[in-house]
Design a protein around this ligand. Structure first.
Ligand code: NI
Length: 175
């Protein structure tokens, strides 16, 4: 197992649409293991493969950050099949260290994905889980949480990102 380097904005992988996983082989299994370790080390509650430079449709989510083994979800080729309601809360991203902003998301989403054995399963998420699923599926489509912002919030984040890039502050975070 290895902790992988997390790509920070504006790495090109982050705005690239990831390709479907055709076969779940040893390479994919190793990548997933490394992604889980990287997410826990950061620490974070979710990580998409393109955040570690691999543009394939794989994401991991664990709202417990390793505390509860049942809270770990591996999503391969995930697809949101149902989306209802609305919630607005703070959201951040490991590719934007320290930056958070209020983002509107559905309050509940149902996702269909493959697990590590290649079996189709359904994940029904509400509140923070719905937010995490939307955030990670967005990543796989090359969409970032800042792309979901409008108006003053977008301007505020843009300024904060520019400040961080200029000062080199992000280079010091999980190198
Ligand atoms: Ni993110």
């Amino acid at each position: 197992m290895a902790i992988l380097a997390i790509k920070k904005y504006p790495s090109p992988e982050l705005t690239t649409r990831s390709a479907d996983v055709a076969v779940i082989d040893d390479e994919v299994r190793e990548l997933v293991r490394d992604m889980i370790e990287t997410m826990y080390a950061a620490p974070g509650v979710g990580l998409a493969a393109n955040q570690v430079g691999v543009t394939r449709r794989i994401a991991v989510i664990d709202l417990s950050v390793g505390e509860d083994p049942d809270a770990l979800h591996i999503l391969i080729n995930p697809e949101i099949v149902e989306s209802t309601g609305e919630q607005c809360d703070d959201e951040g991203c490991l590719s934007f260290p320290g930056v958070t902003e209020l983002v509107t998301r559905p309050s509940r989403v149902v996702t269909r994905a493959l697990d590590l054995e290649g079996k189709i399963y359904t994940l029904d998420g509400e509140e923070l889980m719905a937010r995490a699923i939307c955030h990670e599926v967005d990543h796989l489509n090359g969409v970032l949480f800042v792309d979901r912002l409008t108006g003053l919030k977008k301007d505020r984040v843009r300024k904060e990102v520019r400040r961080n890039l200029k000062s080199g502050a992000w280079a010091e975070v999980y190198p």
